[in-house]
Design a protein around this ligand. Sequence first.
Ligand code: SAM
Length: 232
Amino acid sequence: MPANDYSETAGQYGSAEFVGVIYLAFRDVPALIAEHVDGVRALDYGCGAGRSTRLLKRQGLEATGVDISGSMLAEARRHDPSGDYRQIDSGRLPFDDGSFDLAFSSFVFFEIPSLDEMARVAAEIRRVLRPGGVLILLIGADELYDHEWTTVKVDFPENRTRRSGDAVRVYLTDIGLELVDYYWTDADYRQMFARAGLTVERLHQPLGTPADGIDWITEDKVPPFSLYVARK
Ligand SMILES: C[S@@+](CC[C@H](N)C(=O)[O-])C[C@H]1O[C@@H](n2cnc3c(N)ncnc32)[C@H](O)[C@@H]1O
């Protein structure tokens, strides 16, 4: 079972913008793509309400969004009526081998309940990447569950005793939505990439700076997110 059922909350999630700590999560994505990716064919795996897909499109990429949630996809199409959004089963992609130069996936893999399933999904993403294509995975860092952040609260008792694979809770203050995720460590993600045949060439953990113009709480000292760049 995926961690969250968005059938009732897709509209709420769809109103989420790049504010507070979420701004920081995506801030360096354009620069990472410019540095590591050649080509314009992009897959947004777990596109949700399409916020991440629209970000890719604004960067000039031809982006296709896929997701298991019909409600989320309806929300994505509402924001971007001419966009290409498709419903899939987990880890089953209706594309030929080598169809994409970039696969991007933000805040998805911590909704997958087992390492076996994560490796299976990552291997399917690898299949649709061209040789030399890149997967950029944006996900919570270990430290996400240990501190207070501008727009994410994580002070729940179960987060303090978390171990790999446990459920953890986050509250998104800007849209008033509580989500349950699975806690996966850096070692878990690296194991997943290795099992899927993808080579991690970079781990980027953005830190807030004064130039962001946001009153950071912890974000300028401790990185809340991890961005893995992995190549086929
Ligand atoms: C927290 S939302 C993130 C959406 C979007 N990427 C963003 O950053 O705004 C997570 C999305 O992942 C989708 N999802 C969860 N498990 C999935 C899986 N195994 N395969 C594809 N999508 C999945 C959910 O339906 C949901 O739309």
